[in-house]
Design a binder for this molecule. Structure first.
Ligand SMILES: Cc1cc2nc3c(=O)[nH]c(=O)nc-3n(C[C@H](O)[C@H](O)[C@H](O)COP(=O)(O)OP(=O)(O)OC[C@H]3O[C@@H](n4cnc5c(N)ncnc54)[C@H](O)[C@@H]3O)c2cc1C
Length: 456
């Protein structure tokens, strides 16, 4: 049908926009980075409006220089509280240990914050991408409403159930080129309910007056459900109640596997969590009714003080995909590495993907297929191993904190009580020796003073 980018027949591939599938965190950050690099882009997002997830996002110190270069850091810091650490408590309130973990905590409106930097004409909502085809010099994306968009390349920033990945993998599988591991579904063994309260009264919760914040993890005794609570800017508290999913361990619907047999599958909405089984949400939260709140009163007071629109049920899936690109299509963020959300890794790894890729696209000369393949190859070489380490350390950390049973208790006690702080910070990845930047922008002012790594 209509082609919003009527192509000039004399144009080179490089003159066409970069098409970004997905207006989540990675898609929006990509847009901002491409804009700063002087590269034309357009974002296609399936949702008709962006809706907050109902959780705060911890950003790892390693991305702070990039945020600074993009002019986002100052405002971001104003809207967030630095995170001091994580205290682990029993359901009766007894302290089991603490991890020193200085990084940044963000308010839930990270998407909204990033969205302000994207000009309206660069983002089209209500565009669910269902097909991608390409020639040697361009790529065409087809949406559910039959509109098509032409670009020089496609970046799939469309999350864990990425359509871009499924379309790419279907083509590779048909040609026998898809590794077996990429055909397997995403793994998950935990579900949780997350929420953010309305503003609370600081005289009732004095912790809200602190400039920094601490995550309090409360472990259930003879049950699997745990809870964490975190004071935020704006007198609000973020909370998460969760535990192992009693129903399923592998997410077996078509959309969760590396690729789907249908290119019009809409099933990614059906079971992946948000507002999924509302009765289970109530059921999970009931499990923590008797937990002692570290801030006085009952933990149920916080759940009751949370507007319905800011409660979401999510599955904590994970999977590191092997194949990140093919032809003129490449993946970033959760689309290629879904990491369990502990220690600020998922979003931060997505931002590092975007920075690495845009650094290379900025150097691109002709936009030929050969050049693009070489860029994508280098991108994967630079990013895949780091993403794997982030994914492994997040999983190990989640197991350490949340696993139940005699052995898990002993392991947790030993690690939390006897491991030196510097070692814990190394294990959890909150040390900051590497400082990636955007090569095409001036370095942050304090880059050489090393100030940020010690303050992060
Ligand atoms: C409860 C929870 C807490 C978390 N906490 C943290 C944290 O503290 N720190 C951290 O670093 N990370 C955290 N994460 C992980 C982090 O949120 C993700 O890693 C990050 O949002 C991934 O961004 P993304 O843009 O790759 O994917 P997404 O945020 O999933 O965005 C994908 C976008 O693509 C769109 N889309 C999908 N399919 C299509 C299609 N076919 N056509 C068009 N658009 C499409 C979707 O609508 C969506 O807007 C958390 C995650 C959860 C669930």
């Amino acid at each position: 049908m209509t082609n919003p980018f009527l192509k000039d027949p004399t144009a080179r591939p490089k003159d066409l926009p970069v098409l970004i599938i997905g207006g989540g965190l990675a898609g929006l950050v990509l847009g901002i980075m491409l804009d700063e690099a002087g590269i034309d882009y357009h974002i296609l997002e399936q949702a008709s409006a962006l809706r907050p997830l109902g959780t705060s996002i911890t950003l790892h110190p390693v991305i702070m220089d990039i945020m600074d270069q993009l002019g986002l850091l100052e405002d971001m810091c104003k809207m967030s509280k630095p995170l001091r650490g994580i205290t682990v408590l029993s359901s009766g309130g007894r302290r089991k240990g603490r991890i020193d973990a200085r990084s940044k905590k963000r308010k839930p409106d990270l998407h909204e914050f990033l969205l302000k930097r994207i000009p309206a004409r660069k983002l089209t909502m209500g565009k669910r991408v269902i097909d991608i085809s390409e020639t040697q010099s361009e790529v065409t994306v087809t949406c559910m409403d039959e509109t098509t968009y032409v670009g020089q390349l496609v970046i799939g920033a469309d999350g864990a159930y990425s359509s871009t990945r499924q379309i790419m993998y279907r083509k590779l599988a048909e040609r026998g080129l898809l590794p077996e591991s990429d055909k397997n579904p995403l793994y998950f063994d935990k579900q949780c309910v997350v929420g953010i309260t309305s503003p609370l009264d600081p005289s009732k919760y004095p912790v809200l007056r602190d400039d920094s914040c601490e995550v309090k993890v409360i472990l259930g005794k003879d049950q699997h459900t745990s809870m964490w609570i975190l004071p935020l800017q704006g007198n609000r508290m973020a909370w998460c109640v969760g535990g192992p999913d009693p129903h399923v361990l592998y997410h077996h619907d078509d959309s969760s596997s590396g690729y789907s047999s249908s290119n019009t599958s809409n099933s990614s909405h059906s079971r992946r969590g948000r507002d999924w089984y509302p009765e289970t949400v109530v059921e999970i939260c009931e499990d923590v009714r008797n937990f002692k709140s570290p801030y006085g009163g009952s933990v149920m007071d916080l759940i009751a003080a949370t507007p319905k629109g800011l409660v979401s049920k999510v599955l904590l899936e994970e999977k590191l995909f092997h194949t990140w690109y093919h032809g003129r299509v490449v993946l970033v963020g959760d689309a290629c590495h879904k990491i369990v959300p502990f220690f600020g890794q998922g979003a931060s790894q997505a931002i590092l993907d975007c920075a690495c890729l845009v650094n290379m696209l900025h150097e691109m000369r002709t936009g030929s297929q050969a050049e693009m393949t070489s860029i994508f190859q280098n991108y994967v070489e630079m990013r895949a191993e780091t993403a794997r380490i982030a994914s492994d350390s997040s999983r190990e950390f989640a197991d350490l904190i949340y696993d139940q049973g005699f052995k898990a208790n002993i392991a947790r006690n030993i690690v939390l009580r006897f491991t030196p702080t510097w070692l814990l910070r190394m294990i959890t990845g909150t040390t900051n020796s590497d400082r990636p930047t955007l090569h095409y922008l001036p370095l942050p002012k304090d880059y050489r003073s090393n100030k940020r790594s010690s303050a992060a």
